[in-house]
Ligand binder design. Structure first.
Ligand SMILES: [Zn+2]
Length: 113
């Protein structure tokens, strides 16, 4: 399950960013072509965040659909796998969305003075 290592990285990055403050919410963007299963990340997140500043934080995952652009006619084609064929017949597609794994937002508890 490679999601465990990925999730450990995410937790480490967020924890560093939080600088010891409590994290309330993390929003991730996961592309549907990235071969990362959001459910597996959710599962690992609960395990990896134990005894960290992320313990109890809400994990939100936004799935980004795959999108390619044809190198020949520039048409944009929705993709459910990292390859496809354009209506012009070309198979030379640039992937423009769907492979991302991004930490989009981190919400950190603000301490009131
Ligand atoms: Zn085309």
């Amino acid at each position: 399950m490679h999601e465990l290592g990925i999730t450990q990285n995410i937790v480490a990055i967020v924890a560093e960013h939080a600088k010891g403050k409590k994290v309330q919410r993390v929003l991730l963007e996961i592309g549907q072509l990235s071969a990362i299963l959001p459910d597996a990340v959710r599962f690992c997140f609960d395990i990896c965040t134990q005894n960290t500043v992320l313990a109890g934080a809400t994990l939100e995952i936004k799935e980004i659909p795959g999108l390619g652009r044809c190198c020949q006619c520039s048409a944009e084609i929705p993709l459910d796998q990292p390859f496809g064929i354009c209506k012009c017949g070309s198979t030379r597609l640039d992937l423009i969305a769907g492979e991302e794994l991004k930490i989009k937002e981190i919400e950190i508890e603000e301490l009131c003075v």
